[in-house]
Ligand binder design. Structure first.
Ligand code: DAH
Length: 345
C-alpha cells in the first residue's frame, strides 16, 4: 500500500472514531491520538524521505488536507457534544412547578406599632412634627415643668420607678412638651408636634392596667390658639380613626398642666350612641385628655403666655387599639402570643 493510500485509510478511520466519540473527554483523547506529535500523521511524514522529489510536495499537501479534515471534524463534534451536554443539564434541572411549595410565614408589625403609625400619619398630614423624648426622665421635666411641684397631690396618680430621687421612668409623654417648647423658635412659625412613646407607672397589672404602656402627646402653640382648635383637631382625629359618623364630647376635667382641662369622649361606635354594654349604657366612651396649656407651663419653658396660647392632649395608644378592635385585656399586647398578634396582620 502506498503512503497515499495509508493516509486515506488513516483519514477515514479518524473521522469514524471522532464521530463515534460520545463525550468531550473522549473527543479530546482522539485529538491527541491523531494530531499529537507521536501520532500516525507524524509517522506518515517520516516516510517522506523515501519518496521521489516529485511526490514529496504532493504528500505534504495531502497531509495538510487530512489534518484540516480531522480538525474540522473534531470542531464540529465538539459543538455537537457541548450542545448535548447543556441540553442534558437543563433537562435534569427542570423544576416541577406542580409540587406543593414550602409555606413561608410572613411577619407583620405589632398592632401597637400599627396604631401609633396610623395616628402619626394623621398628624403629619396636618403639618405636625414627630418628636422624641426620654424614657428615663428627670423629676424636673416629668413633674415640675408640667406644673406638678414636689408634694403636689396629683403626683399620687403617677407614682413610678425611681432610679435616683431626681431620675425616674417617665410617667407620661408630657415632659416632651417642655423639651420641645424651650427649644422652639417662633420666628419660624407655630409649634405643632406629637410625641409618641412608652411611659411607666407603679401599677398592678390587670386587664386594663399595665406598668408600661404607650402614649401620644400632642402640643400646638401659636398666637391665638383657642379651645375650638383643640376640638376641631380631635374631631378630625377621631373621625379618621373610628369613622366619619363619630361625634366627640368635651367634659370638664383637671390636669395640672392645662387650664381649662377636658376629658374627651367619642360617641359609641358599637351602638351609635343609643347605649350598650361597650359604652356602659351612656352612649359615650372616654378616649383621651387635653386642654389649654397652663400659662405657668408656658412661662417655665420661656414662652410669654400673654402673647402665645396653645392646646395639648394625651392619647393612650393601647386604649385606642383596644376600643377599635374590641380587645378586652391590655396584657395581650405584651405577651407575644402569636394567637393574639396574628389577628392584626
Ligand atoms: N399626661 C396625661 C396623663 O398621662 C395625659 C394628658 C392629659 C396629656 C391632658 C396632656 C393633656 O397633654 O393636656 O394622664
Amino acid at each position: 500500500m502506498s503512503v497515499f493510500e495509508n493516509l486515506e485509510t488513516l483519514k477515514s478511520e479518524a473521522l469514524l472514531q471522532i464521530n463515534a466519540a460520545s463525550d468531550l473527554s473522549t473527543l479530546n483523547d482522539k485529538r491527541v491520538e491523531y494530531l499529537g506529535k507521536k501520532g500516525p500523521i507524524t509517522d506518515v511524514m517520516k516516510q517522506m524521505k523515501d519518496l521521489s522529489n516529485e511526490d514529496k510536495p504532493k504528500l505534504g499537501a495531502a497531509v495538510n488536507i487530512v489534518k484540516s479534515a480531522i480538525e474540522d471534524a473534531i470542531e464540529a463534534k465538539k459543538v455537537e457534544l457541548e450542545a448535548a451536554e447543556i441540553g442534558a443539564k437543563l433537562a435534569k434541572e427542570t423544576i416541577d412547578v406542580t409540587l406543593p411549595a414550602t409555606k413561608r410565614t410572613k411577619g407583620s408589625r405589632h398592632i401597637l406599632t400599627q396604631t401609633r403609625e396610623e395616628i402619626e400619619d394623621i398628624f403629619i398630614g396636618m403639618g405636625y412634627s414627630v418628636e422624641n423624648g426620654y424614657e428615663i426622665e428627670s423629676d424636673n421635666y416629668n413633674f415640675e415643668r408640667m406644673n406638678l411641684p414636689k408634694n403636689h397631690p396629683a403626683r399620687d396618680m403617677q407614682d413610678t420607678f425611681y432610679i435616683t430621687p431626681e431620675t425616674l421612668f417617665r410617667t407620661h409623654t408630657s415632659p416632651v412638651q417642655a423639651r420641645v417648647m424651650e427649644k422652639h423658635d417662633f420666628t419660624k412659625g407655630a409649634l405643632k408636634m406629637i410625641a409618641p412613646g412608652k411611659v411607666y407607672r407603679r401599677d398592678t397589672d390587670d386587664a386594663t392596667h399595665s406598668h408600661q404602656f404607650m402614649q401620644i402627646e400632642g402640643l400646638v402653640i401659636d398666637k391665638g390658639i383657642a379651645m375650638s382648635d383643640l376640638k376641631g383637631t380631635l374631631d378630625h382625629l377621631i373621625k379618621k380613626m373610628f369613622g366619619a359618623e363619630r361625634e366627640i364630647r368635651l367634659r370638664p376635667s383637671f390636669f395640672p398642666f392645662t387650664e381649662p382641662s377636658v376629658e374627651v369622649d367619642i360617641s359609641c361606635f358599637a351602638c351609635g350612641g343609643e347605649g350598650c354594654r361597650v359604652c356602659k349604657h351612656t352612649g359615650w366612651i372616654e378616649i383621651l385628655g387635653g386642654g389649654m396649656v397652663h400659662p405657668k407651663v408656658l412661662e417655665m419653658s420661656g414662652i410669654d403666655p400673654e402673647t402665645y396660647t396653645g392646646f395639648a392632649f394625651g392619647i393612650g395608644v393601647e386604649r385606642v387599639a383596644m376600643l377599635r378592635f374590641g380587645i378586652n385585656d391590655i396584657r395581650g399586647f405584651y405577651q407575644n402570643d402569636v394567637r393574639f398578634t396574628n389577628q392584626f396582620k
